[in-house]
Design a binder for this molecule. Structure first.
Ligand SMILES: Cc1cc2nc3c(=O)[nH]c(=O)nc-3n(C[C@H](O)[C@H](O)[C@H](O)COP(=O)(O)OP(=O)(O)OC[C@H]3O[C@@H](n4cnc5c(N)ncnc54)[C@H](O)[C@@H]3O)c2cc1C
Length: 235
């Protein structure tokens, strides 16, 4: 169980560029010294009395002293500019942990993760956590991106799939002429093939609203209960 959300202070200790538009930042917790969170949760960064941006924690809860955040800075707004400007030594204030896009250890259902582009971040935390603590159940991930460079954590997911036979990874890249040009349509089609049997399934969908709706409608049409589709809307 994760702790209650609270105001936190941390300091940037490292920044890495994963792709031309995606950055990772490691934040060492200062107050509290460890953040008690569940894999899949996020933090809220304030930019004014009523302006915040949310960032999912990319690292697993087994590492509570240094959190990794990961952002696609291509939207170019307030949040992207802030993230792109982070440098070692910078102080960061946020509220967290927040959100219910989490996997309960006791839930025996087979998770199907669906990530559109940077929506992979909370899924990465959950997968890293399962990797460290034991999968114990079959799991699948369908990740979609506009181009191969948009498949953030692709190498890691491939390595995970090689090490855990119970984990299957489907990476889908959009093509100009194929059915994958639009995330919502392309992803839903792959998900339809991957989830031929929705019995005992629980879906975790993260990314844009159109994709979340398309994937949820498809799974519900196949017989999955609506409440068995968890989602995290990034945009
Ligand atoms: C629960 C939650 C968790 C999130 N976790 C992450 C995360 O881990 N990493 C991350 O990069 N972002 C994450 N986001 C999105 C993040 O909060 C910001 O919206 C994002 O960084 C853009 O902020 P901005 O101020 O730069 O752009 P804004 O000026 O706020 O947005 C510009 C426009 O771009 C759209 N948009 C935002 N992000 C994307 C995107 N990736 N692709 C396409 N369009 C987009 C917005 O809807 C808006 O229309 C999360 C959002 C939520 C609600």
């Amino acid at each position: 169980m994760a702790g209650k959300a609270r105001a936190c202070r941390a300091r940037v200790v490292a920044v890495r560029r994963l792709t031309p538009r995606v950055l990772e930042a490691d934040l060492r917790m200062e107050e509290p010294p460890e953040l008690d969170f569940a894999a899949g949760q996020w933090v809220s960064v304030p930019f004014g009395p009523k302006t915040v941006r949310a960032y999912s924690i990319a690292s697993p809860p087994t590492r509570p002293r240094v959190l990794t955040l990961c952002a696609d800075v291509s939207p170019g707004g307030l949040g992207s500019r802030w993230f792109a400007g982070l440098a070692p030594g910078a102080a960061v204030g946020f509220t967290g942990p927040l959100g219910g896009f989490v996997l309960a250890r006791a839930d025996a259902r087979r998770p199907l993760f669906v990530a559109e582009e940077i929506g992979i971040v909370p899924v990465r935390s959950i997968l890293a956590w399962l990797d460290e603590t034991g999968f114990g159940r079959p799991a699948r991930l369908v990740a979609w991106a506009r181009d191969p460079g948009g498949l953030v954590y692709d190498a890691e997911c491939r390595s995970l799939a090689r090490r855990h036979p119970a984990f299957v990874y489907h990476a889908v890249v959009a093509s100009a002429d194929g059915p994958w040009r639009e995330a919502a349509g392309g992803l839903a089609e792959v998900v339809g093939r991957v989830a031929s049997d929705v019995g005992g399934l629980v879906a975790y969908v993260a990314g844009g609203e159109a994709t979340i709706h398309a994937v949820r409608d498809l799974l519900v049409a196949k017989g999955l209960e609506r409440k068995s589709v968890k989602w995290e809307k990034f945009w």
